[in-house]
Design a protein around this ligand. Structure first.
Ligand SMILES: *Cc1c(COP(=O)(O)O)cnc(C)c1O
Length: 387
């Protein structure tokens, strides 16, 4: 039997045909598919502007730059996230710092954030940008974080790499109701895929414009023309130092086709999550907890062993891997990484994050996970816990 992965893309015949059609068209990149994909996403999220790029990492980078993050500025993110959320700040030369998590949601804790802001204000060291991360697909407490942003004067980038198709209160994640910019990832393990790819969303036309410039060398043909000056047809202008972070039309064609099934993907993941709840209810575990304001996309299904069982985490993990189940751990606290240790972070910095990390295991969840496979995961986990 092939191992059951923790996550897996879902590619239909229609997806394949959409990509083939693009390959046979006039444009492999910078054609009509990227704008079409951007419009699909902005309509879906009810947000004004969508800027497609080649990864969420690129989106985070240009989001930070568009918000003016530069050397000497401070950026804060969650202690539990993929390293990309915090690396983006380092690309801009900023100083990074980490906020501890809420142990129930695994999200950046808005109360810990407030405590840290109070201290930072006294020290004259407030952050310029805070990057909340919607772990596993559940939105952070954005309303409260947004209130704090007004009080303490920071800007917000939502790292919604996990939360494509999720909702928060009355809106879809991506509406930017409580943030300046929201970032999506279209890596194959995420909710929908473009191979590699990402998106930056905003309601602010200036932010969107600078992100458009930054993704393509800082070069534009759309600039203010001096009155009376003749227009040369070849003329283009570099207005800032940008990158090549463009998404290809091949990727966007796949993205447009995948979008048709996003809501179905979310529903099937939510059904599997509901079913896990029943299957695992008698085990010594904490199961994912959903706040009533949030509808998670369940990009990941993470269980945490009870405190009494924490020393068994590695045995349980190994037993599941031996049983052909591709369990994983999301994530090692970012500041445990050797690169971040060198920046001066030490163990004990974020207590909840470290407690969570010592007890968490990611179980398989993806739309084509069969009920038999899910039963097998549950029974293997039960066995591993009792041995
Ligand atoms: C996957 C992921 C990213 C990076 O996404 P890419 O598209 O692979 O660059 C950033 N942040 C989080 C939380 C992620 O899970």
């Amino acid at each position: 039997m092939l191992p059951i992965p923790y996550g897996k893309q879902n590619i239909s015949r229609e997806d394949v045909e959409a990509v083939l059609e693009c390959l046979q068209s006039d444009f492999l990149t910078q054609g009509p598919k990227v704008p079409e994909f951007e419009i699909l996403i902005s309509n879906y999220c009810r947000v004004r502007y969508a800027v497609a790029v080649n990864s969420a990492t690129s989106a985070l980078h240009i989001a930070c730059l568009a918000l003016g993050v530069k050397p000497g500025d401070r950026v804060w993110t969650s202690a539990i996230t993929f390293v990309a959320s915090s690396n983006a700040a380092l690309y801009c030369g900023a100083t990074i710092d980490f906020v501890d998590i809420d142990i129930r949601t695994i999200n950046l804790c808005s109360h810990k954030l407030e405590e840290k802001l109070v201290q930072a204000e006294k020290a004259g060291a407030l952050p310029k940008v805070v990057i909340p991360v919607h772990m596993c697909g559940q939105s952070c407490d954005m309303k409260r974080i947004s209130k704090l942003s007004h009080k303490y004067g920071f800007r917000i980038i939502e790292d919604a790499s996990h939360a494509v198709g999720a909702s928060y209160k009355t809106n879809r994640v991506g509406s930017c109701e409580f943030s300046d910019i929201t970032v999506f990832s279209y890596h194959p393990v995420k909710m929908i895929t473009t191979g590699e790819g990402g998106m930056a969303l905003s309601n602010d036309s200036e932010l969107a414009n600078s992100m458009r410039l930054l993704r393509s060398h800082g070069v534009t043909k759309d600039f203010e023309r001096k009155a009376g000056k003749p227009i040369e047809g070849w003329y283009y202008e570099q207005q800032m130092l940008g990158f090549n972070y463009r998404m290809s039309d091949i990727s966007a064609a796949l993205g447009c086709s995948q979008m048709k099934r996003l809501d179905k993907f979310v529903e099937s993941r939510r059904l599997l999550a509901e079913r896990y709840k029943t299957l695992l209810s008698n085990l010594p575990l904490e199961l994912p907890w959903e706040h009533h304001d949030a509808k998670s996309s369940y990009h990941l299904y993470v269980i945490t062993l009870n405190n009494a069982m924490r020393t068994k985490r590695q045995c349980v993990f190994d037993a599941l891997r031996d049983a052909g189940i591709g369990v994983n751990v999301h994530y090692i606290p970012v500041y445990f990484q050797p690169y971040y240790k060198k920046l001066g972070f030490a163990r004990g910095y974020c207590k909840n994050a470290e407690s969570y990390y010592s007890r968490c295991i990611t179980l398989p969840i993806f739309p084509t996970l069969t009920l038999d496979q899910q039963d097998y995961v549950a029974s293997s986990l039960g066995k591993a816990l009792s041995s």
